[in-house]
Structure formats: structure tokens, C-alpha cells
Design a protein around this ligand. Structure first.
Ligand code: XLS
Ligand code: NI
Ligand code: NI
Length: 436
């Protein structure tokens, strides 16, 4: 049975189209820098916001109309929702989706019952994947909604909660593996603290590392070869999340010898909450070989929380794609819309508008970034800016064959270090505007 009967498959109609239910820029088969847009962008629909979001906020109840949902926490309702979700993803033409265990199937009265519910729903997810060709980008476990996780999961002060979380992740990994998932994500949930007076930070971080090593070990046991991803977020729900930003995550992964197993899933709104731009977080991870995937959304800079809006800003998407093309792509990662429609956008069709806008914004970003790269002027300025390291004293510094004493001698003889290059910021901003 179809639910979106009045909406047909979303097609590329080009920039001139006036049809809001069409792509103006995302043309899946169009080749850019030697790959199709589908291959570059690897779009993914997220199950939690798009199929479990209600529009509730701290001041009011849900507003979103989801006529297919009977409002119960039954397995039957969950299965029905899977059918609707796949119809949506297929009509949209997104190649991937991702989920948390508790988004797709109801939590039972015991772990055994929760696992049974998840298996029953996963059977239908697999069937729908095979029918539609939609694939799983990543799975993850919800280790933050249930009251047992009030102090966190792997960083809880309660060892039984650690054990519960481990059991839950074990199952979520197995289901992800069964569904052919190509990544598995850890987002800290409540892995952080509200107050340092009651917190043993060293012990909590040690426990989180133990937890992630156990996940790596379990992947080996079950033959899961997908990429593990750690998702930075500075705050919310805790005052301070341990996965604060890319730098904190990478320091943690290095300290605990996890760099070979885990990359980062960078989310725009989390970057800005941490006081960074998305481009900063992407480049910072990328230069360390750790940029694995992105949660594509945007925040509202006038609001200080994670508003998870759909991305429509072309500068933002062009910057993302400059960083992504710069490292030769994201695969096996992708561009996951960890984003939700506003509670005022309460009709089902708004889900289409939101995703179409995000996909078109990224397609434009891709084309703009590719044009900037083809032009070469930006790269040339950067290369030229550092040319003093390409020869003479600079190349000796980079090669590591001079000491402080050598450099002192060099400058005593030379006299002054003259500025060699204008930053050209305004010229470069103008250059980017030529392509946007
Ligand atoms: C929440 C996170 C979450 C992760 C998956 O802020 O973005 O949605 O992506 O657990
Ligand atoms: Ni996210
Ligand atoms: Ni977010």
C-alpha cells in the first residue's frame, strides 16, 4: 500500500523548473570530477528526525501530522512505518538511510524483548532494502533516551548501565551488519558531565575507551568490516560532552589507540555549537585522515542549541564540498541529513521539500567547489603563500635539518624577516563569489 500517492518520484528538472517537487540541481547521473553526483554525495535520510520526529519542543507538544502512524509503540506500527519510510526514500531517490535501534523498533520490557522487536522490524527493513535498492549508510544505538542512561552509558558511574549499553551496542552492530551497513556511528548521547564535583573524569574516559575497544573486538567476531565513526558535539544534553569537537575526539582516539579503527562523523550544527565553522572541523579531521562522514544540517546562529535544520546555504555546502573533494570523497561515508523540519512545517509533503532543498544545496555546492578547483586560482594562492618553504631555509626547516642555533645564525646574518605575501582575503572572497 502506498502512502504518498499524490507525490510521484522526484525528478531532476533543471534550474528553470517551477515545480517545487523537483530537483533543480541534483542530477544523480551527472558526472562531476569523474564521478556521478550520486557517487559523490551518497545522500542518506535519517530515520529519527524524519520518521520519529513529532515537532515537540520543551514548550509544547508535537505538531507534525503523520497519518500513517497510529501513535502506539507496537511492533506492527513500527513495521508499517518502515514501509512508509522506504516509499519516501525511494521517491526522493536517496541511495542511503540510517537509524538508531530505538527509532525503528520499540523498546520492550526487557533487553530480550527489545532485541526481539528489533529483529522483527529489521526483517522488514531488509525486505524493503532489497525491494527498493536503498542501502544502509550506518546504524547506531540510542544510549540516551531511557532513564537508565541519566548519567551516561559507557561513562555512567553505574557498571550495570555500562553493561546494558554494551549489550545494546552489540545488538545494534549485529543488526547493522545484517542490513549491510557500511558504517557504525557512536554519538556520545549523554557521555559527558553536568558537574565536575561529582565526576571522575579520568575513569569515565577510560571506560569510554574500553567500550569502543570492545566494539572494535566485536566487529572482528561478527565479521563487520564497516567504518566506525565518532560524532563530535560539544554540549546538549550534558553541559560538556566528552566528544566536544574534532580536536577533542581525535585526542581521545589517539590517547586510547583507536585511530586505526575510528574516523569522525562531522555535523554542521555541532561544529557551530563548539565555536567552529563546519569547514574548520572538516579540514581539521581531513588532514589527519579522519574525516569519515558528515551529518549535513545547519543551526540558527541566533539560537544557542542544536536546531538541526536542513542545509540551504550555498556557501556552507560549497565549503563542505571543497573539503570533501580535497580528500577525494567520503566513501564509505556519506552526506546524512541529520535534520528535522520545523514544527510549523507539519504536513508530510514538507519532508519532501526539506530533503529536496538539502540535496539541491549540496549539488550546487559540489558544482561550485568543482569549478573553483578547476579554475585553480584558489589553490595557486595557497601554494604561493607558502613558497618560502619550497627552497632555501624553509625547505631545511621542513626537512628538520636546522636547529634554533642555525636559525639564529641565519637571521643575525639576514637582518629582518620581510612580509612576503598579502593574505588577499578580500580578493579570494570575491573569487568565491564569482562561482557561487
Ligand atoms: C544528536 C546527534 C545524533 C547522532 C546519532 O545531536 O546528531 O542524531 O547523529 O546518534
Ligand atoms: Ni548527528
Ligand atoms: Ni545535531
Amino acid at each position: 500500500m502506498a502512502f504518498f500517492t499524490d507525490i510521484s518520484k522526484i525528478e531532476y528538472e533543471g534550474p528553470g523548473s517551477k515545480n517545487p517537487l523537483s530537483f533543480k540541481h541534483y542530477n544523480a547521473d551527472e558526472v562531476v570530477e569523474g564521478k556521478t553526483m550520486r557517487e559523490h554525495l551518497r545522500f542518506s535520510v535519517c530515520y529519527w528526525h524524519t520518521f520519529r520526529g513529532t515537532g515537540a519542543d520543551p514548550f509544547g507538544a508535537g505538531t507534525l501530522q503523520r497519518p500513517w502512524d497510529d501513535g502506539t509503540e507496537s511492533v506492527e506500527n513500527a513495521i508499517n512505518r518502515v514501509r512508509v519510510a522506504f516509499e519516501f526514500i525511494e521517491k526522493l531517490g536517496a541511495p542511503f538511510y540510517c537509524f538508531h535501534d530505538r527509532d525503528v523498533a520499540p523498546e520492550g520490557a526487557s533487553l530480550a524483548e527489545s532485541n526481539k522487536n528489533l529483529d522483527a522490524v529489521a526483517d522488514v527493513m531488509l525486505e524493503e532494502q532489497q525491494r527498493s535498492g536503498v542501502q544502509l549508510l550506518w546504524g547506531t544505538a540510542n544510549l540516551f533516551s531511557h532513564p537508565r542512561f541519566m548519567h551516561g552509558a559507557a561513562t555512567s558511574c553505574n557498571a550495570d548501565v555500562f553493561a546494558y549499553a554494551a549489550a545494546q551496542v552489540k545488538k545494534a552492530m549485529e543488526v547493522t551488519h545484517r542490513l549491510g551497513g557500511v558504517n557504525y556511528v557512536f554519538w556520545g548521547g549523554r557521555e559527558g558531565y553536568m558537574n565536575l564535583y561529582n565526576t571522575d573524569m579520568k575513569r569515565e574516559l577510560d571506560h569510554l575507551a574500553k567500550f569502543m575497544h570492545m566494539a572494535v573486538d566485536h566487529a572482528r567476531v561478527i565479521g563487520f568490516t564497516g567504518q566506525f565513526l565518532f560524532e563530535p558535539k560539544p554540549k546538549e544534553p550534558t553541559k560538556h560532552q566528552y566528544d566536544f569537537d574534532a580536536a577533542a575526539c581525535l585526542n581521545f582516539l589517539r590517547q586510547y589507540d583507536l585511530m586505526d579503527h575510528v574516523k569522525l562523523n562531522i555535523e554542521t550544527n555541532h561544529a557551530t555549537l563548539a565555536g567552529h565553522t563546519m569547514m574548520h572541523e572538516l579540514i581539521y579531521s581531513s588532514i589527519q585522515g579522519a574525516l569519515g562522514s558528515i551529518d549535513a544540517n545547519t543551526g540558527d546562529l541566533l539560537l544557542g542549541w542544536d536546531t538541526d535544520q536542513f542545509p540551504t546555504d550555498i556557501y556552507l555546502t560549497a565549503q563542505c564540498m571543497l573539503a570533501i573533494l580535497g580528500q577525494g570523497g567520503l566513501a564509505p561515508g556519506g552526506v546524512n541529513f541529520d535534520a528535522k523540519v520545523r514544527r510549523e512545517s507539519f504536513e508530510p509533503v514538507d519532508l519532501f521539500h526539506a530533503h529536496i532543498g538539502g540535496m539541491d544545496a549540496f549539488a550546487r555546492g559540489l558544482k561550485i567547489a568543482a569549478a573553483i578547483r578547476a579554475d585553480g586560482a584558489l589553490a595557486e594562492v595557497v601554494k604561493n603563500r607558502y613558497r618560502s618553504y619550497d627552497e632555501g631555509i624553509g625547505s631545511r626547516i621542513e626537512a628538520g635539518d636546522v636547529s634554533f642555533a642555525d636559525l639564529e645564525g641565519y637571521i643575525l646574518e639576514k637582518g629582518e624577516a620581510q612580509p612576503n605575501e598579502s593574505g588577499r582575503q578580500e580578493m579570494l572572497e570575491n573569487l568565491i563569489n564569482q562561482y557561487v
